[in-house]
Design a protein around this ligand. Sequence first.
Ligand code: ACO
Length: 429
Amino acid sequence: MENNRKVTLTYNDGKDNLEMPVLKGTLGPDVVDIRSFSKTGMFTFDPGFLATASCESQITFIDGDLGQLYYRGYPIEQLAEKSDYLEVCYLLLNGELPTAEERKVFERGIMRHNMLHDQLMSLFKGFRRDAHPMAVMVGVVGALSAFYHDSLDINNPEHRKISAHRLIAKLPNIAAQAYRYNKGLPFSYPKNGLTYAENFLHMMFSTPCEEYKVNKTLALALDRIFTLHADHEQNASTSTVRLAGSSGANPFACIAAGIACLWGPSHGGANEAVLKMLDEIGSVENVPAFMEGVKNKTHKLMGFGHRVYKNMDPRAAIMKETCDEVLNELGLHNDPKFKLAMALEKIALEDPYFIERKLYPNVDFYSGIVLSAIGIPVSMFTPIFALARTVGWISHWAEMIADPAMKIGRPRQLYTGAQRRDYIPQEQR
Ligand code: ACO
């Protein structure tokens, strides 16, 4: 939306001034529209996109200073308390909460797509048993495009919808089978009648020789983890999905690209890092020495700080409550790892080093503890993040493809390499 504010760029070399419009969103800071700037023959320089909005979007809003996160306008706290993951998926994809009938149809659509093509199972067997589950996921999700040719026309809205449903439905199955293959367990199948989170636990932990009873409290905690990780506007992996999709690549290939990006330790790997840090510290007596190391910048306090949130990450507050519920349910409240985490949190929240730098716990400080208490191995933390984020990725992809103004993403550069020079034959070098 344009308003009447303008930004004027003045040059100190006599060139004409350039007036650029200021765009106003429904929430958040105003944005200078620099599109006309490229006509001047110059480019803007902004590595890491610290000052650049890469697109217009109506899906998710974050106010990092106030610690607010909204999906389609609904605060994350309300969704975490009153909604569930599948309803949140519908909301992110469609923009509105479903009626009872819409919910039923959507849920049936997801459940009917949760099996994997049988030949896809052979693909898992091509990996080494000790492969990281994220490596398996990048490969298997990319390979979905070789199996589901009937939903690859990105210009057909019905195809886009079916692909989105397939991805949301199949990701938990793919993640669970990646884990089982690594453990040497036989592949498992989804069981309709269970909720999305219950089904994931069932696919992860059931065995053919005895019945697996899903613990409702743990399934609810997992559902909440899925909800909290469902979307986070234009983060690195979502931007990767958009960039891949901007060339017209199919949605399965684009989501595989998003998974690859998420795998990096600066993005999806933080909850894994929190657990490793707690193991390294060992016990509460070692906390002061560890904190000295943090202040001397020998190491970071993992699970603290965020590029966008300079206040409490709203997801962290919800996750802390869930952490309490899960540890109570499992009788683990005196668990030394949890006590250690609470000691770290208390010191960090009172210490001027963290207060001055606005470093607060982020969602990953607690989610690792919850996942670990549920019995999920550390190597599966990022795959769980990936399966939960798939709906966010595909919602952004669909929003971009449906936009008639979509253009291939093609950043420019500030070239600092060699000037033009002539080729020198090898014998003269
Ligand atoms: N522990 C100790 N000090 C920290 C931490 C931390 N976790 N995070 C930032 N700082 C310090 C920096 O050293 C810096 O100090 P200085 O001003 O004295 O140089 C200051 O706080 C500002 O830090 P930046 O690195 O500029 O903050 P940035 O916004 O670039 O980084 C990031 C954000 C990468 C998340 C960082 O806080 C971090 O590495 N945290 C630990 C990893 C983590 O938990 N990541 C999960 C993010 S949530 C998610 O992805 C779902």
